[in-house]
Design a protein around this ligand. Structure first.
Ligand code: SF4
Ligand code: SF4
Length: 478
């Protein structure tokens, strides 16, 4: 082999700072979005959903059931009360099923209609719209707000800014108090908070959630949706060519451009123009500040505001509506949307199965839990009467919200003598720990270990509720 490998000099060359030429900034600062208000079908639907959701959030913790707060996630006592149902850490399956149902519900709805959850139901969107509503009422419409922000500080500007921030802080504080009210009695929380009588941690969480709400809905807004929400990132995995998303019909709209309203559609087309008048309204109403005419973008939350805005323009121009619409990629390409497709059916089937399991799990739930622990210090012992005795600790957890009386019996032994209470009363949500011993005549025993059962029964609304726990009885021989 005679050919030589060419050698290249790779000695690092030191570049002086003054030689570095910055051509383009790698990071551009965020420009503030001034959302323009819009009227239309999707705006009405969003307001309706927002009102229902916020109304439910605000009212639910105030509802009383059987003399106590109907919905209370009592972390200190480790139990969740949801009307008559009390969930304990042992009821993890209910939580697991609920999360699975929520996840598949979201997958199903996203595959069918894109990010409609984000646009119509997400708390981030709902609270942002409340904040924007106050902003608009106090500072004025979009153009006025832009001018106000460009203006130097004067008395009018200071007054408007103060009023806006006061309104934002008030909404944030009420939101935080309501949210914390899901975790502790809300009546007491409101009274204690406004009489400055709350404990340190309660006060801390109220202030913490106030700051979070204020920051998120007042300043973060679309940043949460575009940069922080994980859902925005993995939603594309669920999209297919039949998913309904907000899209611009480029074939119909281009070439975009302004024109006189007096021109007939034929004149317009003769000039080579499409139906988009390039009014920019679709961009101005967009809460994430994108231009939907640039195609499907991950920032789009499918809120439909641009559809409403563009339909208004089309109406004024005397053009057909839906230049921007909820449509599928197939439909946009001239085909038809396939509603029943394997992916969607798959999600629907899993959703139906998991919902059934969740309902079954809640319906078949026994409001009683029994735990039996065998005394590990001694296997067995002989009593003064010559009986063989084993000692246990029985725990009875009343998972209902009412006081209950329980009967205890032992099964699986011949003529056992039960020493301890055979009946105990436990308050709602309480645990009763009971030391008991079981003694048996050795002639009724075989040497070794015998399986036995402790059965605890009670009656709830005329129905027998029981829990049977296995344990062992040990006879080491005489
Ligand atoms: S609102 Fe409609 S007409 Fe106006 S710029 Fe947007 S797409 Fe074009
Ligand atoms: S592009 Fe349209 S649908 Fe998407 S977020 Fe903006 S306004 Fe809403």
């Amino acid at each position: 082999m005679t050919e030589k490998i060419p050698v290249k000099d790779v000695t690092p060359v030191k570049i002086e700072k003054s030689q570095v030429q910055i051509t383009k900034p790698s990071y551009s600062a965020r420009s503030r979005i001034y959302v323009r208000s819009v009227q239309g079908m999707f705006e009405t639907i969003r307001r309706l959903f927002g009102l229902i959701m916020i109304g439910l959030f605000a009212v639910a913790p105030w509802i009383q059931y059987d003399g106590s707060q109907a919905i209370l996630f009592d972390l200190a006592e480790q139990r969740f009360n949801i009307f008559g149902l009390t969930l304990w850490p042992q009821d993890l399956t209910v939580l697991a099923y609920t999360l699975i149902v929520s996840a598949f519900g979201l997958f199903f709805i996203t595959t069918f209609a894109g990010r409609v959850w984000c646009g119509f139901m997400c708390p981030q969107t709902a609270w942002t719209y409340i904040f924007v509503w106050f902003e608009e009422k106090i500072e004025g419409a979009r153009n006025k707000r832009i001018k106000l922000d460009q203006r130097k500080m004067d008395a009018d500007k200071a007054m408007r800014k103060t009023a806006k921030h006061f309104a934002w802080v008030s909404v944030s504080l009420l939101t935080a108090l309501t949210f914390v009210g899901y975790f502790m009695p809300i009546n007491e929380l409101f009274i204690d908070f406004f009489t400055f009588d709350v404990g340190f941690w309660t006060g801390f969480w109220v202030i913490f959630f106030t700051v979070c709400t204020y920051g998120n809905a007042g300043y973060m807004r679309e940043i949460m949706c575009t940069h922080m929400c994980p859902y925005a990132r993995f939603q594309s995995a669920m999209f297919d060519k039949d998913t309904f998303t907000v899209a611009y019909n480029g074939e119909r709209g281009e070439k975009r451009g302004p024109r006189s309203r007096k021109l007939t559609p034929e004149d317009v087309h003769a000039k080579g123009l499409g139906d988009c008048v390039d009014c920019n309204l679709c961009v101005q109403v967009c809460p994430t500040g994108i231009d939907i005419r640039n195609g499907l973008q991950y920032e789009c939350i499918n809120c439909g505001a641009c559809v409403d805005a563009c339909n208004g323009v089309m109406e004024k121009m005397g053009y057909e509506k839906n230049l921007i619409s909820f449509t599928s990629e197939h439909e946009l390409a001239g085909g038809t949307t396939k509603i029943f497709r394997p992916k969607l059916i798959g999600y629907a089937v899993v959703l139906a199965i998991m919902t059934s399991l969740l309902i079954y799990d809640i319906a078949s739930r026994v409001p009683l839990e029994v735990d039996i622990i065998r005394d590990r210090n001694s296997l067995d012992r002989e009593t003064n009467e010559g009986l063989i005795e084993n000692v246990y600790t029985l725990k009875v957890l009343n998972k209902s919200q009412l006081i209950q009386t329980y009967n205890i019996e032992v099964l699986g032994l011949t003529d056992p003598k039960f020493m301890g209470n055979t009946q105990v009363t436990v308050e709602g949500g309480g645990v009763y720990t009971l030391p008991i011993s079981v003694a048996v005549d050795p002639i009724n025993l075989e040497e070794g270990t015998q399986k036995i059962y402790f059965r605890v029964t009670t009656s709830v609304n005329g129905e027998i509720v029981e829990s049977t726990e296995p344990s062992t009885f040990i006879f080491t021989g005489v």
